[in-house]
Design a protein around this ligand. Structure first.
Ligand code: FMN
Length: 323
């Protein structure tokens, strides 16, 4: 019988470093990890919740789910196995999962998966008009199934049109909400170890305008929230609850990493989901009631040869891991 080896602290530190490369809403990195007696615990850091934009903690939990998936992938890539218990019974409500990292024998390392974790990023520059082929979208949607998560690509013109309307409506609602605007101001344009630096946010929404033949006139323009070739994938579940959000986060990470592998760019679009009336309407009229939407993802191609982006910062390991 092979003897099971429990991961030493040094390995767990590496795994948590990889987990912290996961995407998170406003780069809040709302997770805390603790390693004790062979068991790694993932907690939601409620001090990092966004009370105005995310009062129920949906985006916070999805972010933690993405980190949980990153951890599982990193463990596998480094030759370790993980036993994950989601929302372990008896634990307090901040505990989202516990993970035992172990192995029976040393296994090969998969450097390409580790590279993928380091490469994935949110690139908010405008996508090209190249359409994303339907088979690519279907491949990406399939990534959600092992996590018990529903995924639907919104390809039908009518559904896309309705989504565009609802997304515009949600943007207007948010612009009129001083509390949400103030919360954005706190996390956007930051220079520290969390939040989103200004260097990663688009500047003039339409740089071509500067080179336009005419100076600006009076004709009212209609802002587009979705552009040319990009497509939207909705992820969600049977219920709009913590258990579903955690799994959606895992599926989001799996899908995003697969998109990165295929050269596609992914940018979440939270606003239509944050406004409860538009979230419900998307479920009803865009997804035909098939499932409760938890997150929307814009998927498209970035222009070839574009410069790389600076990495969004991360908090030091000592701030998020107690071992
Ligand atoms: C649940 C969730 C919601 C997000 N919502 C948005 C969004 O609405 N708009 C956006 O540009 N980025 C969004 N993001 C991306 C984060 O801002 C991004 O992951 C974070 O800044 C870290 O940067 P990175 O992905 O490049 O590592 C979201 C990410 C998550 C996990």
């Amino acid at each position: 019988m092979p003897r099971t080896e429990i991961a030493p602290t040094t390995i767990v530190e590496r795994l948590v470093s990889f987990a912290c490369l996961a995407p998170s809403v406003h780069n809040t990195q709302p997770w805390r990890w603790r390693y004790d007696a062979g068991l790694l615990t993932l907690r939601a850091d409620l001090d990092r919740r966004l009370p105005a934009e995310d009062p129920r903690g949906r985006n916070l939990t999805i972010s933690c789910g993405a980190a949980l998936h990153h951890l599982q992938l990193a463990a596998r890539a480094l030759g370790w196995e993980t036993d994950v218990r989601r929302l372990p019974p008896g634990a307090d409500e901040t505990v989202l999962a516990d993970v035992r990292v172990h192995r029976d024998a040393p296994a090969p390392v998969v450097p390409s998966d580790l590279a993928l974790l380091r490469t994935r990023c949110t690139d908010r520059r405008r996508f090209t008009d190249w359409p994303v082929p339907r088979y690519r979208l279907e491949d990406l949607c399939r990534e959600a199934a092992p996590w018990g998560v529903h995924a639907a690509a919104i390809v039908d013109d009518g559904a896309r049109f309705r989504l565009e309307l609802l997304a515009n409506q949600a943007l207007t609602d948010l612009e009129l909400d001083a509390g949400r605007q103030a919360e954005q101001d706190r996390w956007i344009g930051r220079t520290g170890a969390d939040g989103i630096p200004a260097s990663l946010l688009p500047g003039d929404p339409d740089p071509l305008r500067a080179r336009s033949r005419f100076r600006p006139g009076l004709l009212e323009d209609t802002r587009m929230v979705l552009h040319g070739g990009e497509r939207v994938i909705a992820l969600g579940g049977a219920h709009d609850d913590v258990a579903g959000w955690l799994r959606t986060g895992e599926a989001l990470s799996a899908l995003w990493l697969e998109a990165t592998r295929a050269g596609l760019s992914v940018v979440p679009m939270s606003q239509p989901i944050e406004v409860e009336t538009t979230r419900r309407e998307i479920g009803r009229s865009v997804l035909g009631g098939a499932f409760e939407p938890h997150v929307l993802l814009r998927v498209g191609w970035q222009a070839i040869g574009r410069s790389g982006l600076p990495r969004t910062p991360r908090r030091p390991l000592a701030d998020v891991l107690e071992a």
